[in-house]
Design a protein around this ligand. Structure first.
Ligand SMILES: Nc1ncnc2c1ncn2[C@@H]1O[C@H](COP(=O)(O)O)[C@@H](O)[C@H]1OP(=O)(O)O
Ligand SMILES: [Mg+2]
Length: 426
């Protein structure tokens, strides 16, 4: 967050220039001194560190299941909670993206759309944290997430914090699942539930509140990516992709034969992967494609050349014999699309010095592996999510089906070697 918040606080913020939203009719809580910060209309919620969360049955997108109850699959309650949380956050993201696209933010001389992205990052993280705490009521709560509240706590951020608070409360009111209004202090506390460092023991939620910020601002693909780590292993993942068609991307250039927009991918370890609509249509099992000849394969990669080395991925594809041009889309939506067989390969090779974060791959990786695919680094090692907030990967990340992986790895090694031996430009 720190890197973006300087811009967030810039007076040139387009949203800051807009008149503030009308306040919600809810009574906001009086100031709480380090104590519960959520106002609830129902009663008798227990104190749950570090926040006080009301409990009540949510009416939308929630198939509550008790974790570990007889006959229910593992992590059923957590999966239901994660879907609910991601769908709620997606609602907020969609609202803000529409506002961005309808405004002239992108054409402003100061080019400050990043400012707007902060509203949505924070809002999304708050809603996920809130929903998880509402739905999963057992055990302690730990979350590894991108945002923290440090800059929002500054006096100069007062107006922005107010806007985020309104945005979150409006989303909660529209969704109707929880009779709750968050105060500004509640927003700040909820953001800071994402400060965990993760690691090899215990359970930790792993969240990217908006993955693919550039795509989000462009009106392209983005994802709300949420996973659960248990003793260092990813045991479930949910990817909300509001701009990805629910049906397969048929012609591999981003358009689809179906017309329903929005896909929610999910997977639990040992139980396979599924896709459904963001509103909660019946889940459909998905699997990676069965292509075994690279000539028939296509590959996904980042839209942004700053996020992956397009020259290297082009060379890998050529060595492998892939004929189709790259399919460039933003965010972990690539993992979702790969998992349901829209394409055969995903290549990600960030430029030198970039350190991958666990929230950028945890949910996507389990969706692909549970759909029958393989996700490794450039040397064929499994991704290790147990080492804290960062992934320790060799050179890049690749994903495909089991049939193509051996030849893909060979091409990757050859292309990397060739690139390292090439004379560097003067
Ligand atoms: N210089 C960079 N190299 C590689 N990835 C980056 C870089 N800067 C940001 N990212 C991250 O890449 C991811 C998006 O990848 P893609 O372009 O494939 O969609 C996002 O998680 C984004 O971070 P963030 O989530 O903070 O925007
Ligand atoms: Mg990200």
């Amino acid at each position: 967050m720190a890197s973006r918040v300087g811009l967030l606080l810039a007076p040139s913020s387009s949203l800051a220039r807009n008149p503030p939203r009308a306040r919600l009719p809810y009574p906001l809580p009086s100031h709480h001194l380090g104590r519960p910060t959520y106002r609830r209309f129902a009663s008798s919620a227990p104190l749950r560190s570090p926040l006080w969360w009301p409990r009540q049955a949510p009416p939308l997108f929630s198939a509550r299941a008790m974790s570990g109850s007889a006959g229910s699959p593992p992590y059923a309650a957590e999966l239901a909670a994660a879907k609910k949380a991601v769908a709620l956050a997606a609602r907020l993201c969609q609202t803000v993206q529409q506002e961005i696209l309808q405004s002239d933010i992108q054409s402003k001389a100061d080019k400050s759309p990043v400012t707007v992205a902060d509203y949505v990052h924070v809002g999304s993280q708050v809603l996920v944290s809130l929903a998880l705490n509402m739905e999963v009521t057992s055990g302690s709560f730990s979350m590894v997430a991108e945002e923290d509240s440090e800059d929002l706590r500054k006096d100069s951020a007062e107006e922005i914090l107010e806007h985020i608070t309104d945005l979150v409360n409006e989303t909660l009111a529209e969704d109707g699942s929880y009779n709750i209004t968050l105060s500004k202090e509640g927003i700040l506390s909820a953001i800071d539930t994402g400060k965990s460092e993760g690691g090899p023991s215990g359970r930790h939620w792993v969240l990217d509140p908006i993955d693919g910020t550039k795509g989000f601002l462009r009106g392209g693909q983005y994802a709300i990516a949420l996973a659960l780590l248990d003793e260092g292993k990813v045991v479930l993942g949910v990817l909300g992709c509001p701009n990805l068609p629910l049906a397969s991307i048929s012609n591999l250039n981003g358009s689809s034969c179906g017309d329903q927009m929005g896909a929610l991918f999910s997977a639990t370890v040992g139980c396979g992967a599924e896709v459904e609509s963001l509103e909660g249509s019946p889940p459909q099992k998905i699997s990676v494609c069965t292509i075994d000849n690279p000539v028939n394969a296509s590959f996904f990669e980042s839209y942004e050349g700053a996020h992956t080395m397009h020259d290297l991925t082009g060379s890998i594809a050529e060595k492998l014999g892939v004929q189709a041009p790259p399919v460039r889309i933003d965010s972990q939506a690539k993992y979702g699309a790969l998992a349901r067989g829209d394409g055969a390969i995903y290549l990600r090779f960030p430029h030198k010095g970039y350190k991958e974060k666990i929230w950028d791959h945890a949910a996507g990786a389990i969706v692909v592996t549970e759909a029958g695919g393989v996700v490794t680094d450039a040397s064929g090692n499994d991704l290790d999510f147990s080492k804290g907030r960062f992934l320790d990967v060799d050179t890049g990340i690749i994903a495909t089906n089991k049939q193509l992986m051996p030849s893909l790895l060979k091409s990757v090694q050859e292309a990397i070697k060739e690139k390292s031996q090439a004379p560097s430009p003067l």
